[in-house]
Write a protein that binds this ligand. Structure first.
Ligand SMILES: [Zn+2]
Length: 470
């Protein structure tokens, strides 16, 4: 990296440290003050977007949206539409998707695009890859949010003992789990990123050398590492373990705590800038609402009350002015807490994420009727078996296949797993579900996407009527 880039990184980080102070102050605000801040930032964002983004200018005119703008006047945008209109959404006409693709193909570290942008892409685990661009100021806010996450885990910048933070994440600088540490690795913390796609033996060896104070990773990876520790190959004792990118189950949380004695935190984040994180009271993940607005809605896009499971969420970023993210559809099905957290922070909390709505599997029920089986039903059964380290449910035209990774010597319980799942499905109205079990030592690479597993995979084309294959 040449010198100007290093200087820019330092400037970006210095700005982030100032932003972090502001973020910490918000944590002590009353809810009303937070909502005022949201409304002020939203008004700025909507005003900016309708003036500077060709798509939003056009939407304002066709939908006849007038000042003062209300968020609900704006149409919902899904990932596919968002990417199709990328060039018209961005507020800098120099940003063109074709050029950005060329840039992304050549990124090997923390390179700037046009000297001022960082370009990321999503893992695409919900099927649609998106491209996200942050200008330097916006990136500093991402860095500040990352520092807030560290402080919520009890790690402060400039502390005398710089703790070693090891993230096992995407090996790509186009993903924020790698790019953020890379851009901030100038002395505040000691960061290492290990690729989640590396063989487990290699990860064990590296971790034994690194001895992390904080270990972050996808829960499926943390589950594998706990097994390695129990089997005597891994010897680490992280004080803090944080999971993210996949659901952190109650069973895994118990294991992580029991094996390493660590404090365990669950973190939620999307590359578009939505972040949520547990406080140390373990009462759900606090949404960083000073940086974004989350609407939990049903299938018809109507808001659902707190305490109720939504079908998806709509996310509006209050900090993305380069590439406005307004009522952007995210397929996670979540429940927000109806009460504020006892810790006193003004943020609303995610108390459950029941998978993605595209993880729902449709099986044949009585009289040929389709039964929508929610991923939570699979978790409920599979999580109740302590010996299951990892799982994948594959929906094939002729039935379900459970691909299971067991703790050593526990393969014999496969039959009872199958039996319990069959009972569960029958109780839901699924008729004679055909379930096969495949015992595997690790889930294969082909099911990984930037190091992330997909727990529910469907190889059935839903456009075919149910039962057509029987
Ligand atoms: Zn709290």
């Amino acid at each position: 990296m040449d010198k100007p880039d290093r200087l820019r990184r330092l400037e970006d980080l210095a700005r982030a440290i100032a932003y972090r102070q502001a973020l910490i102050r918000h944590e002590y605000w009353p809810r009303t003050k937070l909502e005022e801040l949201q409304q002020r930032r939203l008004a700025e964002l909507l005003d900016w977007a309708t003036r500077r983004s060709p798509l939003y200018r056009q939407l304002r005119d066709t939908h006849r949206i007038s000042q003062p703008y209300s968020l609900q006047d704006f149409p919902i945008i899904d990932k596919k539409t968002y990417m199709e209109h990328f060039d018209e959404i961005v507020t800098d006409p120099r940003l063109r998707i074709a050029r950005l693709q060329e840039h992304m193909a050549n990124v090997s570290g923390d390179e700037y695009y046009l000297g001022q942008y960082r370009v990321l892409t999503t893992a695409g685990s919900s099927g649609q890859k998106t491209v996200i661009v942050f200008n330097r100021k916006e990136w500093s806010i991402q860095e500040a949010a990352s520092m807030r996450i560290a402080s919520m885990m009890g790690v402060l910048p400039f502390s005398r003992r710089r703790p070693k933070i090891v993230t096992i994440g995407s090996p790509s600088p186009l993903h924020d789990s790698y790019r953020l540490p890379l851009s901030m690795d100038i002395g505040l913390y000691r960061y290492d990123v290990l690729p989640a796609t590396a063989p487990i033996e290699e990860l064990v060896q590296r971790l034994n050398l690194l001895q992390p104070y904080i270990l972050r990773g996808f829960p499926s990876m943390l589950g594998l590492l706990v097994a390695e520790q129990l089997q005597g190959r891994l010897h680490i004792s992280p004080c803090i373990v944080a999971g993210g990118g996949e659901p952190l189950t109650g069973e895994l949380r118990k294991q992580l705590h029991a094996v390493w004695g660590s404090s365990v935190f669950d973190i939620y984040g999307t590359q578009e800038g939505l972040r949520a994180m547990e406080c140390n009271l373990d009462q759900g993940m606090h949404i960083f609402e000073d940086l974004g607005i989350v609407e939990v809605v049903d299938e018809d896009n109507c808001p659902v009350p707190d305490g109720t499971l939504g079908h998806k969420i709509l996310f509006t970023s209050l900090i993305s002015f380069t590439q406005p993210v307004i009522r952007y559809e995210i397929s996670d099905m979540m429940v927000l807490a109806p009460e504020p957290c006892p810790c006193g922070q003004p943020f609303r909390r995610i108390i459950a994420i029941n998978g993605r709505n595209d993880d729902v599997i449709y099986l044949e029920g009585l009289a040929g009727k389709e039964v929508a089986v929610h991923p939570v039903h699979f978790w409920n059964v599979l999580e109740s078996f302590e010996a299951i380290r990892q799982y994948q449910v594959v929906h094939e035209p002729d039935g379900l296949c459970l691909r299971l990774v067991f703790a050593e010597g526990n393969g014999h319980i496969a039959a009872s797993v199958r039996e319990q799942l069959a009972q569960k499905l029958q109780a839901l109205g699924v008729t004679c579900p055909s379930i096969s079990v495949e015992l595997v030592t690790a889930l294969e690479d082909r099911s990984r996407n930037m190091g992330k597993w997909k727990n529910i995979v469907s190889n059935v084309d839903r456009s075919m009527p149910v039962g057509a294959n029987h």
